[in-house]
Design a binder for this molecule. Structure first.
Ligand SMILES: Nc1ncnc2c1ncn2[C@@H]1O[C@H](COP(=O)(O)OP(=O)(O)OP(=O)(O)O)[C@@H](O)[C@H]1O
Length: 678
């Protein structure tokens, strides 16, 4: 597939998409999450690209929503679906659902929706979904305790490229390796020629290093899991709450193994939960403080001992000491050797115990306090540094080994983890559809796809639509306060009715049902049959009379419409308000005649139904939303339009009521005038 053939994909985007593993497959599936993995492609943009790809695949001409009111209703419906998602991802993903005139696309979407409708929304899943997001690529990882070493400039360049996480050093010979080993916990020599060399320190000869980067820098695969740890854990929780075994089987993921691996990982990519590593890390961190405390232990003891001691010294000895200029240290070694040894032993013991050192380390620790008596007792800086280096090297070696083991375990989980998150995010999309369907009490509509189906309808031209028990999702009222509406239209019709009877709401209902049906979604009604439409033109009520210029452009717009095809659904609300009633009636009659000839399906809401019929040269159907009466001054309305019925207006009903209540002739005379008109 030529990526640039997709609407909205230019050269730059095509280049970004070609970075994906399987761009064609990703586009084929409309996989927004995978598209958003391409460099520089946001989820919103990914949704637009996916929609473009779907359009291209179904040879969809677009422009189904032909007017701004139709587009507005689509956005409102989409909003109602998006409100029911938990994740941003699902909200964007829903944007790939759009009304299409193509049967293949509607059926494809319906298939997805059917599985979505089987989902049971449950609190635990919705809760866990809060933390799920598409996985991210980790940022650059820099590892400082290891380096690569080579004697060759070309190998150097290759190494920089293959393992950018490590610094690469050029050395002359084995001596160079030994020097490096002093600065790094581990040196990895990548030249074959180093095979068999013996150097002090942790120097490994790995000519295969560049082919096994994950083995050399396990931080690389671990960074992915560390970066996405929270998202993955949330996805695992959601998957568990879903109790959907097929989801894990399809993603090919072992939840327990993944969870286990993640438990052993910290957010910063280090290994968690290893006692030995923790011991070494704490020892390195506390070393300075503990050495200081050990000094105090020794000095306190020694001071105590000195204070308690009566030092007896013979005059000759004292003289000889003074003459030699000897200090108190000599006195200590002569007189208090045992006490000094005790104090140092206590310091060493404290150091070893407090840092929980093993035998080898304890050996080094003992040297931190020398046998030569001094007062006060002081650490041997060299010995203390040696101990620190030893502990750091041991800690880093252990960390790397553990990372390598964990990386090997987790690397095997990467694909499954990625698939799991995608599957869980898709569940959010499905749940939003399922919740929408429940909240608005929806059913899947039945399409009359072809001639045979159309013939089953009762229309001369197209089948049109037949809605039973429809409840407009655009009404503010709660579902149980909405009167279900039955409405069926084949061909063109005028819709008359009392003020505030629900004419506009009926047009909104028809538009919503038709748009949702063409998105492949369930519709808010008990039952819906409809033809496949090519486009929907919904013209909302114009506010006030138009000036000459605006009137002219509106008439032009309708002229285009009148030449429209039999696949159009035209909904127009009170077009008469654009100009004076007499002229309006003529214009509306003309448009309706043309639409009827073209075989379009149309509903024109108008208060001038009678006048329009009078000026029309062909038979024009009129349906009516009828007030069934006045109850306590309030209109009781039958919201379902009655076919072939010019509804009485509110004033007529009031006159009728007054005529019934009084004996005078006046109201009867008025009533007669209404009846003549009807
Ligand atoms: N099916 C229904 N169930 C319950 N209430 C409804 C229904 N349809 C309409 N309504 C209520 O009636 C109000 C008026 O509806 P709507 O604006 O559709 O009437 P209208 O006939 O177009 O009015 P107008 O003659 O002023 O243009 C709505 O705001 C809503 O509160």
């Amino acid at each position: 597939m030529d990526l640039e053939s997709i609407p909205g994909v230019g050269e730059k985007t095509a280049r970004a998409l070609s970075d994906l593993e399987d761009p064609e497959g990703v586009l084929e599936r409309g996989d927004v999450a995978a598209l958003a993995d391409a460099p520089g492609i946001s989820v919103g943009r990914a949704a637009r690209i996916a929609r473009g790809a779907i359009r291209a695949r179904h040879d969809d001409p677009g422009r189904f929503l032909a007017t701004s009111r139709a587009r507005e209703i689509y956005r409102t419906l989409l909003g109602l679906l998006q409100e029911r998602t938990v994740t941003n991802y699902a909200a964007y993903r829903l944007e790939t659902l759009y009304p299409s005139p193509r049967r293949s696309r509607i059926e494809e979407s319906q298939a997805f929706v059917r599985t979505a409708l089987e989902r049971e929304p449950n609190e635990a899943v919705l809760d866990a979904l809060e933390g799920v997001e598409p996985l991210e690529q980790p940022g650059d990882v820099a590892v400082r305790d290891r380096c690569l070493a080579t004697t060759d400039a070309e190998r150097y360049a290759e190494a920089r490229e293959a393992i950018p996480e490590l610094s690469v050093e050029v050395v002359e010979d084995a001596q160079g390796l030994a020097e490096l080993a002093r600065g790094y916990a581990t040196v990895i020599a990548i030249d074959e020629s180093f095979a068999g060399v013996e150097v002090a320190g942790d120097v490994r000869v790995r000519p295969d290093a560049l082919e096994e980067p994950a083995d050399i820098v396990p931080e690389r695969p671990l960074a992915f899991f560390a970066r996405n740890r929270k998202r993955l854990r949330a996805a695992i929780r959601a998957a568990r709450a879903l109790e959907d075994e097929s989801l894990c089987a399809e993603a090919d993921v072992d939840l327990s193994a993944l969870e286990n691996g993640l438990e052993r990982l910290d957010d910063d990519g280090s290994v968690a939960g290893d006692d030995e590593l923790d011991r070494l890390s704490v020892a390195v961190d506390d070393l300075d403080a503990v050495v200081g405390m050990s000094e105090s232990v020794a000095n306190d003891r020694l001071r105590d001992a000195i204070e308690r001691q009566d030092v007896t010294i013979e005059g000759a000895d004292l003289l000889s000491l003074v003459e030699r200029g000897a200090g108190v240290d000599s006195l200590l070694s002569r007189e208090l050797a045992d006490e000094y040894a005790d104090a140092v032993a206590a310091a060493r013991e404290h150091l070893i115990d407090a840092l929980d050192l093993d035998t080898g380390e304890a050996e080094l620790a003992r040297r931190v306090f020398g046998d030569e008596p001094t007062y006060p007792v002081e650490r041997d800086e060299n010995a203390s540094s040696r101990l620190r280096e030893e502990l750091i090297a041991a800690r880093d070696r252990r960390a790397t080994r553990l990372k390598r083991e964990l990386a090997a375990d987790l690397a095997a989980q990467r694909e499954g983890a990625t698939a799991l998150v995608r599957a869980v995010l898709e569940v959010d999309v499905e749940l939003a559809i399922a919740r929408f369907a429940r909240d608005f009490d929806c059913t899947l509509p039945t399409f009359a796809w072809d001639e045979a189906d159309t013939a089953a309808g009762d229309a001369a031209g197209g089948f049109g639509f037949a809605i039973e028990g429809g409840r407009s999702p655009l009404l503010e009222e709660p579902l149980d306060e909405i009167d279900p509406v039955d409405y069926r239209v084949s061909g063109t019709t005028l819709l008359s009715g009392v003020n505030s009877g629900g004419k506009t709401s009926t047009l909104d209902l028809v538009a919503s049902v038709v748009i949702l049906a063409h998105m492949g979604l369930p519709v808010p009604a008990d039952e819906v049959h409809l033809q496949r439409f090519d486009d929907i033109h919904y013209h909302a009520k114009t506010q006030g009379t138009l000036d000459a210029g605006a009137f002219e452009s509106t008439v032009r717009e309708f002229a285009d419409l009148a030449t429209g095809s039999d696949g159009s659904l035209v909904l127009v609300d009170e077009l008469e308000s654009i100009t004076e009633p007499g002229a309006s009636a003529k214009i509306i009659a003309g448009i309706l005649e043309a639409l009827t000839e073209n075989g379009a399906t149309a509903v024109f809401v108008s208060h001038l139904a009678g006048e329009i019929r009078d000026v029309s040269t062909t038979e024009i159907a009129v349906d009516g939303i009828e007030a069934v009466g006045l109850v306590d001054g309030e209109l009781k309305v039958n919201r379902s339009p009655v076919p072939d019925h010019l509804a009485r207006s509110t004033p007529e009903l009031i006159v009728e009521k007054l005529a019934g209540e009084s004996d005078g002739d006046f109201y009867d005379r008025l009533l007669e005038k209404f009846e003549d008109e009807g």
